[in-house]
Design a protein around this ligand. Sequence first.
Ligand code: ADP
Length: 351
Amino acid sequence: MASITLDNLVKAYGDTEVLHHVAGRIEDGEFIVIVGPSGCGKSTLLRMVAGLETVTAGQISIGDRVVNQLEPADRDIAMVFQNYALYPHMSVRENMAYGLKIRKISKDEIARRVEEAADILELRPYLDRKPRQLSGGQRQRVAMGRAIVRNPQVFLFDEPLSNLDAKLRVQMRLEIRKLQQRLGVTSIYVTHDQVEAMTLGDRLMVLNGGYVEQFGTPIELYDRPATTFVAGFIGSPAMNFLPATAAEGSVTLANGARISGAGTAQGAVTLGLRPEHLLPDDDGPVRVRVELVEQLGANSLLHGQLDGTETEMVVSMPGHMSAAAGSVMGFTPTADSLHLFDPETGKRIKA
Ligand code: ADP
């Protein structure tokens, strides 16, 4: 096991810089998720750690070794990919053993490691099957098994669950988390799915256009997003953003409504309100003109606009509720739930 240090990493393809001075330290045994929309540079960053992409500038260390110039095979990492990359003509046992065989590990040691991994992953009954005789989840487990038998210092996961259906993804997500906790291997996991990121990661590195927007625990990102990008990306449904003006501890919305709890902020702000932090209140300051209500069973999502404006809003309420289209409902934000951002830079205003 080992820590990983990313020191001012830059990646450019020709004149185009796609990762800009990425920095962060991943502690020994930590599970880090790199998350962000398609094209933000997640896979490139992971592939640089793996040694599959060169480093344009900066340094990557695994433990106390700088690995910039090391071949992938010499970095003591194991990677789990999206498309499993299993050999179709080999059995599960042979697939798991293959990487060890080419490293000239003894037969007995290979058999021991494969069986140990098969026990951990509950794959023992399938060891003699071919990949085509397995379900998607079982194939994913074999891909994990191949990484585990290597006994690496670091696991790297590149969107490993994106080929699975929604239910299986949730199940495999839990399995990966439990497995990582049990093995305690430092791990980096790439996904564009914020729910997957929130449930898996000890900490999340949110990337946007090749920049690190924020690197923190799921709860830090949810409670104190550093930017409107993080605020809108983490949490579902996404945070509402309303243009507002702050003065004397309150914010005034575009329709003239005043909400207290703005701290010392002054002037034009973007007010962020999470859909689940608005409580129905006939006299509440946040008045929403209802467009439609989605009943999801456990909760209901009210879609509409801030009354008197065209600003779209979503409110999430527990249980069943209904409201006629065109009616106006009042809401009060829960205590300490106002997020204020600079409308120019998108950065959180420290209130
Ligand atoms: P993500 O994994 O977040 O979807 P990538 O890391 O694949 O994003 O890509 C980040 C950026 O780098 C994208 O703009 C992509 O077009 C660009 N890119 C990736 N690989 C290459 C390449 N081999 N040559 C030029 N540009 C590339």
